[in-house]
Design a protein around this ligand. Structure first.
Ligand code: DGY
Length: 320
């Protein structure tokens, strides 16, 4: 009997059609995303799961679906998976690190520039026929060069953002739990970073120690006029406090790819603000990167199903 791999979304590339014969693919085809209950039911007869960051894989789901031999997520972040519970149940968890680093760093700059140079606002201005003359005071923004960028989290993406920032002529301050010597980076306590940066960009992963890291008090302490850029996870920032500071005009603006609740409601007050640029969690969404992520996720899943070590395993201790 082939091993049955349950896949919760289709994705770019051919990797699903090149799995070995002893693996059969079962792909969710609903017009809506699979619900938690539907996933729990369907996994009762699956040997492996290839999921997205939108699928919650918690202890209760694992308890219900005792037959899984691998959980492979097409994401680098694993805040949607209870990795500790997987380890306890002997299930290796795969993810897709490295391939999306540069792509996510590039989106960070896209948002930074879009917010600070008012690109989306300018686009609307022209489309709505409001452009009547060249006006020296029209749509003035903030330069990246000569500004201070505060990077929260100096993992792979934070380091790549640093390189790009230095090339833009920005000064870089950083705060991270693990400190690394990186040329051109000044390490500061988080409170100092928030109080002194013209741009704050978040690059920590979401876990118990970073959830609500930028709580209300910290959001209130972000320097007046600064821009907040988030391509990591919405749960790291108190969104309500952020919205308040953006609404009052105390902050210069924000570029947000991630939100406390996704998809962001069309009624979110953030969407009434001209100084906010939003995107639907597309940090890794280039064609090439998504194909690579798919290939890695499939390679992890197939390895797990065939009893081999996952090429990218987030809980290596499962093999001890
Ligand atoms: C990830 O892989 O965790 C990213 O958020 C996807 O863009």
């Amino acid at each position: 009997m082939p091993k049955r791999l349950y896949v919760t979304e289709s994705f770019p590339g051919e990797s699903l059609s090149s799995v070995p014969e002893d693996v059969s693919i079962d792909l969710w085809k609903g017009p809506e995303p699979i619900t938690y209950r539907e996933l729990a039911e369907t996994l009762k007869t699956a040997d492996g799961l290839l999921c997205m960051l939108t699928n919650r894989v918690d202890r209760a789901l694992l308890e219900e679906t005792r037959s899984l031999s691998v959980v492979s997520s097409m994401s680098v972040g694993l805040d949607h998976v209870d990795v500790a519970a997987c380890t306890e149940f002997g299930i290796p968890v795969g993810n897709t690190p490295n391939v999306l680093t540069q792509t996510t760093a590039e989106l960070t700059f896209a948002l930074m520039l879009a917010a600070s140079r008012r690109v989306v606002e300018s686009d609307r201005f022209v489309r709505e026929g409001r452009w009547k003359r060249w006006d020296p005071e029209l749509l003035l923004g903030v330069d990246l060069h000569g500004s201070v960028l505060g990077i929260i989290g100096m993992g792979r993406i934070g380091q790549t953002v640093t390189k790009l920032a230095l090339a833009f002529g920005m000064e870089v301050m950083a705060w991270s739990r693990t400190r690394r010597e990186i040329e051109g980076v000044v390490w500061v306590p988080l409170e100092i970073l928030l109080a002194r940066s013209d741009f704050v960009s978040i690059h920590v992963s979401l876990n118990d120690s970073t959830r609500n890291l930028l709580d209300r008090d910290r959001v209130m302490n972000i320097k007046d006029g600064a821009f907040l850029i988030n391509t990591s996870r919405g749960g790291i920032v108190d969104e309500r406090a952020l919205c308040e500071r953006l609404t009052s005009g105390e902050l210069g603006g924000a570029g947000l790819d991630v939100f406390e609740v996704e998809p962001l409601s069309a009624k979110s007050p953030l969407l009434n603000l001209e100084n906010v640029v939003v995107a639907p969690h597309i940090g890794s969404a280039s064609q090439r990167t998504r194909v690579r992520m798919g290939e890695m996720a499939v390679a992890n899943a197939v390895a797990g199903l065939l009893g081999k070590k996952l090429p990218n395993c987030a809980n290596r201790e499962v093999y001890d």
